[in-house]
Design a protein around this ligand. Structure first.
Ligand SMILES: Cc1cc2nc3c(=O)[nH]c(=O)nc-3n(C[C@H](O)[C@H](O)[C@H](O)COP(=O)(O)O)c2cc1C
Length: 388
């Protein structure tokens, strides 16, 4: 009897000392059960059924300091939360009586063909999630035929990333507007020489990064970002003389700025609030695209528009496409998926493709190119954002 009690007590102690309890951060409940997981160890990839599951898995593996560095956003994270929640106020229209036996996700971005209308957005320092860092993001993107846009603040050099590209793989590259002009010129040259096909120029954190409290707890005061604070319209026009590659301004948040980029002759813009990491209170991409539709609709006819922020599901991609985006970026999710290395990133891409295909089939649309505003009802968002 005593030994049975002792055995029971010992088993309970064992169970409680290893069972992992993770704060799910209010993410949608997917029924994910973490009780068999071991803290600090990568859970089985087979347990993953959504991009949110992968975030929780990453939280279990990446050290608290670096998980915070990826997950963090600015100030009270109002924009970060809005990015995740905006989808609740959007409705998708599904049409019956259509042939949806053959779904086609393919699209082109700046004239280059890709298998899917979503891409891996620039996210700095991928190496804290996996030693392969950006290399597995590049190879997974290449194998899946999707676009990858490495960050200029990557763990691996831009040449190392270019070297793992598959034959014919097209990548763009992100650049910041450094106050150190020599650095800027040199990097633009290196990006071009390494074979990247376009520059994604981040214009939403000129001068300074947002104040990211969750991360500051580990790092102390915000370090000097090294970004130019004097970057104005004249500099934006002038920067095109420094490279022969097409430039896509990233971080457009108003119809006014979208129109300016159109007037200056840029081939594309990238609507983004930087995953909520820069201006807290900035609108979501859904709201920004609606603003452009109302106040500068010619933008969609005369240039390509990309968008990101809070995209975790296939129907989020479809919502942004329906509002006029040609391609949709993912920032945090690929980093989190990379805790398994390339195989995790590939699994993430497959999950999103499956969700996209399924949603399109259920909406009655077989071609990504045909997705338009007839598929989306945003009246609720508009009534809140515009007041009518
Ligand atoms: C850890 C992290 C690092 C980032 N680094 C960059 C960067 O170097 N350059 C840039 O333009 N955007 C950067 N971003 C913003 C992303 O490109 C993208 O706009 C944002 O993450 C999209 O939101 P999501 O994370 O909800 O998908 C970063 C985002 C994260 C989460």
């Amino acid at each position: 009897m005593t030994s049975t009690l002792f055995y029971l007590w010992f088993s309970l102690l064992f169970l409680f000392s290893f069972a992992v309890v993770i704060d799910m951060e209010g993410l949608p409940d997917t029924g994910l059960d973490t009780t068999d997981w071991v803290a600090g160890q990568t859970p089985p990839l087979d347990d993953m059924w959504s991009l949110n599951d992968m975030q929780i898995a990453a939280k279990n593996v990446i050290t608290a300091r670096y998980y915070a560095s990826y997950r963090t956003a600015a100030l009270d994270e109002v924009t970060y939360q809005a990015n995740l929640n905006i989808w609740k106020n959007v409705r998708l229209n599904g049409y019956s009586f259509r042939d949806v036996s053959d779904i086609d996700l393919s699209t082109s971005i700046l004239g280059y063909n890709f298998s899917s209308p979503f891409f891996i957005a620039p996210a700095a320092n991928a190496g804290h999630a996996n030693a392969s860092a950006e290399l597995s993001l590049a190879t997974a993107a290449g194998k899946a035929g999707i676009l990858y846009v490495p960050s200029i603040s990557a763990t691996k050099s831009l040449e190392q990333i270019a070297n793992v590209a598959l034959e014919d793989q097209v990548m763009f590259h992100q650049e910041y507007i450094w106050s150190n002009r020599t650095q800027l010129i040199d990097e633009l040259k290196r990006i071009e020489a390494a074979g990247y096909k376009a520059i994604v120029l981040t214009v939403d954190n000129t001068g300074i990064d947002g104040i990211r409290t969750r991360s500051l707890r580990y790092t102390g005061a915000t370090s000097e970002a090294g970004h130019s604070a004097t970057f104005d319209l004249a500099s934006l026009s002038e920067i095109r003389n420094l490279t022969s590659l097409p430039i896509v301004p990233k971080g457009i948040k108003t119809a006014a700025d979208a129109l300016t980029c159109l007037e200056l002759g840029f081939p594309a813009i990238y609507v983004s609030n930087h995953g909520g990491r820069t201006l807290d209170g900035a609108p979501t991409s859904v709201e920004i695209l609606l603003d452009i539709r109302r106040n500068a609709p010619e933008v969609f006819e005369r240039m390509e528009v990309y968008a990101d922020g809070g995209v975790r599901r296939g129907n989020h991609v479809i919502t942004l496409l329906a509002l006029g985006a040609r391609a949709v970026g993912l920032g945090r999710s690929p980093i989190f998926a990379n805790i398994w290395g390339e195989v995790g990133v590939s699994r993430m891409i497959e999950m999103l493709q499956t969700e996209l295909e399924t949603t399109m089939q259920l909406m009655g649309e077989s071609k990504v190119a045909n997705i338009n505003s007839s598929y989306v009802n945003t009246k609720l968002v508009e009534s809140i954002y515009f007041g009518n």
